[in-house]
Design a protein. Structure first.
Length: 95
């Protein structure tokens, strides 16, 4: 799966992940608003379910990455890169 990743962590090509397995990410505080922005920008949106909202603002570790989505350590939801803020030095809240 690593073949789908780009080295450009801020603006990978459409359809390519910008984070890799093992990266620490922070889930955005307002996922519903982030989803509206992503849709307006034409980004892929797998949709947000209400249970995902409990992870807003928390730090997590990417355990799986494919060309179209991420999975995080500690939960089974499917995430998109626009749902995350890039972090590198903060502690994890979801393990």
């Amino acid at each position: 799966m690593l073949g789908f990743l780009t080295s450009n962590r801020r603006g990978g090509k459409k359809g390519y992940n910008i984070f890799k397995i093992g990266d620490k990410v922070r889930i955005k505080n307002n996922l519903r608003e982030a989803e509206k922005i992503a849709i307006r920008q034409g980004k892929d949106s797998s949709g947000i379910v209400d249970k995902m909202l409990e992870f807003e603002g928390k730090y997590a570790l990417i355990r799986e990455a494919s060309q179209q989505y991420y999975k995080l350590l500690g939960n089974g939801w499917t995430w998109n890169s626009w749902m995350f803020e890039d972090i590198t030095k903060n502690e994890l809240d979801i393990e």
